[in-house]
Write a protein that binds this ligand. Structure first.
Ligand SMILES: Cc1cc2nc3c(=O)[nH]c(=O)nc-3n(C[C@H](O)[C@H](O)[C@H](O)COP(=O)(O)OP(=O)(O)OC[C@H]3O[C@@H](n4cnc5c(N)ncnc54)[C@H](O)[C@@H]3O)c2cc1C
Length: 405
């Protein structure tokens, strides 16, 4: 028997109105102009081996962005941010991310640094002490979940412990691949407070980077922004730095995951779209064997396929954003959007590089940089196969899981 579309699915689809408000359209246009006028020329002036914008450029851009009203647009308005919804941010970020160093923070920090999203569920004291200065003053932070064991399954692989001793927790263990730990002021560290409770034994702590016993070692990777190993050797953290209750680390983080995945997918779409535009310009101005590239069907079809993939990625991302904004939770939709957008846009950038030949690979163009960033994007924020695993469980239910003896 073939199943018909259920009424539930029909209702859910009608929920998704992709109308873009006029003021958001305008904001996306002016922020896109800002990026092309202020950020791109600074990036283009850097030597080919530059791995990010220099701190003084970021500081100058931050001043301009604040004055223009582009500061921390996604953070809640009552905490000093712009208060834009996930859907509004998907529209704005697609224009804001059309520059080289846009992963993992659009603008390379020019528009501010978002706090670790779990802290939106933190106590009032923690919000005052960490979240508001992060939003207002541009503090940098890190998020330390992954360890040496399988990062795909952090609930089982986290070995870092946090033992309560009087008014403190004492942290011991080692985190791997931690982005921004080297430049951050503080981070959120996930550690085990109960050895017997699996996922519910993991708690989140706010830890100052300069706490004695915390050491950082860079890990060079394929992308220009390297990551870090962070080691905790009897690191003492005041008890009031625990986020929520003991054992609630993952449950709180989960509530804010959707918006970040939408942001990640949007960045992938932005660079895919910009790669397609650059390749289209390139093929219009070049010929071989007596015909312009633009008249070759092989070239036309590569562009047409890129166009379809980008549109599909955008619609899936907008669906996830709308669902997140509706408050229903977008665990599945944001998994689909992140999986599809990063895989499809990696393919788009690769195929546009091919159309551009040597120019596609040259450091003076941003494509090779995006290619490396998107290669990383297929592993971080859940590797693609983990999103497929989540979706398969949704389709197959318990039949997808190994039988217990
Ligand atoms: C550049 C970079 C930046 C990062 N930044 C951070 C950060 O800031 N904070 C942080 O906490 N972590 C960070 N990470 C870690 C990242 O989240 C992990 O690398 C990722 O979760 C995968 O974990 P792993 O590397 O241990 O791979 P593993 O868990 O060993 O998995 C390896 C591969 O096995 C496959 N696989 C695993 N399980 C399954 C399954 N059930 N079904 C099918 N296939 C499966 C997947 O293809 C996966 O890619 C970063 C990693 C990198 C490379």
């Amino acid at each position: 028997m073939f199943a018909l579309l259920t009424m539930n699915e029909v209702d859910r689809m009608s929920l998704h109105d992709f109308t873009v408000r006029g003021e958001i359209r305008e904001l996306a246009t002016v922020i896109g102009e800002f990026v092309q006028r202020e950020i791109r020329p600074r990036e283009q002036a850097l030597p080919p081996d530059a791995r990010c914008l220099p701190d003084e450029d970021v500081a100058a851009l931050q001043k301009l962005a604040r004055a223009a009203g582009f500061w921390n647009l996604s953070a809640p308005a009552d905490l000093g941010g712009g208060g834009l919804s996930a859907f509004d941010m998907a529209i704005v970020d697609e224009q804001a991310a059309k520059h080289t160093f846009c992963f993992p923070i659009v603008g390379n920090g020019a528009f501010g640094y978002p706090p670790p999203s779990i802290l939106y569920g933190a106590s009032k004291q923690q919000i005052d002490e960490f979240v508001i200065p992060t939003i207002e003053e541009g503090w940098r932070s890190f998020n330390a979940i992954t360890e040496e064991g399988s990062g795909s399954d952090p609930a089982r692989s986290i070995r870092t412990t946090a033992e309560k001793k009087g008014g403190k927790y004492v942290l011991n263990g080692r985190k791997m691949w931690i982005t921004h730990a080297d430049k951050a002021r503080y981070g959120v560290v996930y550690a085990r407070t109960n050895l017997n409770k699996g996922r519910d034994g993991i708690s989140a702590f706010i830890v100052d980077k300069d706490t004695p016993g915390l050491t950082i070692r860079p890990i060079p990777v394929i992308r220009d922004l390297w990551t870090n190993e962070v080691t905790f050797d009897n690191v003492e953290v005041p008890a009031d730095r625990l986020v929520g209750e003991e054992g609630e680390g993952f449950a709180i983080a989960q509530r804010f995951l959707g918006k970040f995945r939408v942001h990640f997918a949007t960045t992938a779409i932005a660079v895919g779209e910009e790669s397609m535009r650059l390749a289209a310009e390139f093929v219009k101005g070049r010929e071989s064997f007596g015909l312009p590239f633009a008249q070759r069907q092989g070239v036309q079809f590569a562009l047409a396929d890129a166009h379809v993939k980008l549109k599909a990625a955008r619609w899936l991302t907008w669906e996830a954003a709308r669902k997140h904004d509706s408050g229903e939770g977008a665990r599945i939709e944001s998994s689909i959007a992140k999986l599809y957008a990063t895989e499809a846009c990696f393919g788009v950038v690769d195929s546009m590089m091919q159309l551009m030949g040597g120019m596609g690979l040259a450091k003076e163009m941003p494509l090779e940089h995006w290619f490396r960033d998107l290669r990383v994007a297929r592993v971080v924020e859940g590797p693609s196969d983990i999103h497929r695993f989540v979706l398969a469980r949704e389709i197959l239910g318990s039949a997808a899981l190994p039988r217990r003896a």
